[in-house]
Design a protein around this ligand. Structure first.
Ligand code: MN
Length: 227
């Protein structure tokens, strides 16, 4: 059997302190998971969690470049805690959810806010706003064996040195266990899946030439340049 063209290489992310790499299968994202951000977007903060996806090949490595996407004049940064699944499952109970996590990373859910806004207004899917090329910068994955399961600590992002988002993991409406458990009731989770767990308040636009530097206490930092 031959492929009609060479298969695309597996997308993977560096594992901190190791030569091994984490192969990425799917990228799930949690919407509206920090109360203050939910309110800044004009919504009620007591809704159940909901999810959208980005393609695995939207990953951009730490230190890399984010090409400003076409057809948008309003592209936002959303700094997020990323959960890397190491053990699959479905209908995972909340009290078993942490056992399925390989590690954590700092990611940015890049968003074409104008196209997302149009989609919302027209009742259309969010793909053009969320799932575009290079929309998922993600730094090295830090294994649980090194850092445990961070459930509090600062999560922040600066643009050109100016603080834009400055929250705390403890402000998540649905914590990691709850979001993972809920998601596993909708999709069977598989090793290699990533979950971007939502962003704190302070989202805002970037333009070409901007440097985004973000971090999460106890996990690490990410630096991405908009080109
Ligand atoms: Mn987000």
């Amino acid at each position: 059997m031959n492929f009609v063209f060479p298969p695309h290489p597996t997308v993977s992310i560096e594992v901190s302190g190791s030569n091994d790499r984490f192969p990425v299968r799917r990228i799930y994202c949690v919407g509206r998971n920090y109360a203050e951000h939910v309110r800044e977007m004009g919504h009620d903060d007591r809704e159940p969690p909901f999810f959208f996806q980005k393609p695995a090949d939207a990953i951009v490595a730490n230190g890399g470049e984010f090409p400003y996407p076409p057809k948008s004049d309003n592209v936002h940064h959303e700094i997020e805690l990323v959960v890397a699944i190491g053990k699959g499952g479905k209908d995972i109970p909340v009290d078993k959810a942490l056992d399925h996590i390989f590690g954590y990373a700092v990611g940015i859910d890049m968003t074409r806010r104008d196209l997302q806004g149009e989609a919302k207004k027209m009742g259309r899917p969010w793909d053009v706003g969320k799932a575009f090329d290079h929309a998922a910068p993600c730094a090295a994955i830090v294994p649980v064996e090194k850092i445990g399961h961070p459930d509090k600590g600062s999560i922040w992002i600066k643009v050109n040195g100016e603080m834009k988002q400055d929250g705390d993991l403890s402000e998540q409406i649905w914590n990691v266990q709850e979001a993972l458990s809920y998601l596993s009731g909708l999709f069977e989770l598989v090793p290699g899946d990533l979950i971007y767990t939502g962003t704190p308040a302070g989202v805002g636009p970037v333009v070409k030439g901007d440097v985004m530097e973000g971090g999460i206490e106890g996990i690490g930092e990410i630096k991405i340049t908009v080109v």
